[in-house]
Design a protein around this ligand. Structure first.
Ligand code: S3P
Length: 428
């Protein structure tokens, strides 16, 4: 599918967005191994989170519902059944990496695979700690999906994350649920903490102190009603659109504002963005609120170290925004971007250059000078949802109609993206 995007004269309105992808995955997986019913509202509509539901069903768990409302009938820590066929994680790194922690502890063999992009993404980062816990996992070329997992009893470990990754942290904690005793994860750089919050919601005994997460194994997890806040990483595209297009004023309701995710807002405000959050609320331990934003002249900025980890999913759209700032944007310490759904350093720089925007690729980041003009161009998502959406935003500021090829990729996290964009965009 290809989408034609016209330049916008303004981005205006009040919108709500689908549920957070990270939180939806965690709720579905934990609901499956909790006892009793978990009702999840505002579950992510993205294909990734539906891959997780498909895997959960294949493991013998009843999942009722449709749209954004699901009821998952959990069968407890020992209630999963051997799947009749291989599990399919689709495009979803979160599904394969986090679910592997659960599969490694089951008294059966399973096989989990994914699409072409996922089949190129590294799995040693979860295979190593799981092997230390006693798991038997085989991978293609020892590192890529499909994974063949021979489940069995696991021992607790103390594991220091070599890369800041919430997926790896979650995998180890999920495996730790099945191990007798105390599993410890040490996090030198803080990553999103939805797993820690969700585990407590389900009744696990978990302690977090200065980057040391301690989980007691074999807890009784109990199903509970859950509401997923809207996805801040999806909101990021509309925040950027409103900041970029003169005359814009937008409000986005019920967005997840967990402090381990909201560095985006601090970074934007630090560059001069006019952003307001009239009030905050807490639901199931997760903060959320309405975000109001209006077009603002941004100064530009530098992203490195722990800030890079905190902004990792937003860097494509921040790079786009950077070209319209006064001083540009520099990103460093971001080699993780090279192993996302695409090599995002390469795909961002390629599309920026196609728009006539000067951008420099660094081994671990990129440099986008400011005060640049956006020229209409024929662009590609390269099959990556965040690249599709980031460049739809760039196209709003262009001097003519742009085309995004493989625009369907947006559905991985946000199937309603194109309709929502059309609804808030006033055109020429
Ligand atoms: C995610 C963690 C991040 C992020 C991904 C979702 C999560 O990946 O990029 O989109 O839900 O835990 P890493 O754990 O690989 O950094």
């Amino acid at each position: 599918m290809q989408k034609t995007i016209s330049p916008a004269t303004a981005i205006t309105g009040s919108i709500s967005l689908p549920g957070d992808k990270s939180i939806s995955h965690r709720y579905a997986m934990l609901a499956a191994i909790a006892e009793g019913e978990t009702r999840i509202s505002n579950y992510s509509s993205g294909a990734d989170c539906h891959s997780t539901l498909g895997c959960v069903r294949a493991l013998g768990i009843e999942v009722e519902g449709s749209g954004a409302e699901f009821v998952i009938h959990g069968r407890g820590l020992d209630g999963l059944q051997q799947p009749a066929a291989g599990l399919d994680a689709g495009n979803s790194g979160s599904t394969i990496r986090m679910l592997s922690g659960i599969l490694a502890a089951q008294p059966f063999r399973s096989r989990i695979s994914g699409d072409e992009s996922l089949s190129r993404r590294p799995m040693q980062r979860i295979m190593k700690p799981l092997a230390q816990m006693g798991a038997q996992i085989q991978a293609r070329e020892d590192r890529f999906p499909p994974l063949e997992i021979t489940g069995g009893p696991l021992q607790p470990i103390e594991y220091e994350l070599p890369v800041p990754s919430a997926q790896v942290k979650t995998c180890v904690l999920f495996a730790g649920l099945f191990a007798e005793g105390e599993t410890v994860v040490l996090e030198p750089v803080r990553s999103r903490d939805h797993t820690e919050i969700a585990l407590r919601e389900f009744g696990a005994d978990l302690n977090v102190h200065r980057g040391r997460i301690t989980l007691q194994g074999r807890p009784k997890l109990t199903g509970c009603p859950l509401v997923v806040p809207s996805d801040l990483s999806s909101a990021a595209f509309f925040l950027a659109a409103a900041l970029l297009v003169p005359g814009s004023r937008l409000s986005i309701r019920g967005v997840g504002l967990n402090p381990t995710r909201s560095a985006l807002l601090d970074f934007l405000v630090g560059m001069g963005a006019k952003i307001r959050i009239p009030e905050l609320q807490s639901v199931n331990g997760e903060l959320s609120g309405e975000i109001e934003v209006e077009c603002s002249q941004l100064r530009g900025g530098a992203i490195s170290g722990p800030l890079t980890a905190a902004l990792i999913d937003e860097i494509p759209v921040l790079a786009v925004l950077g070209a319209a700032t006064e001083e540009g944007i520099t990103v460093k310490d971001a080699s993780e971007l090279r192993i996302k759904e695409t090599d995002r350093i390469q795909t961002v720089v390629r599309n920026l250059r196609l728009m006539g925007i000067q951008a420099e690729e660094l081994p671990d980041g990129l440099v986008v000078p400011g005060r640049q003009k956006f020229h209409a161009a024929s662009l590609d998502s390269f099959g990556d949802h965040r690249i599709a959406m980031a460049f739809a935003v760039a196209a709003l500021r262009a001097d003519g109609e742009s085309v995004i090829r493989h625009a369907e990729a947006a559905s991985v996290s946000f199937p309603e993206f194109w309709d929502t964009l059309a609804a808030i965009q006033s055109g020429t």
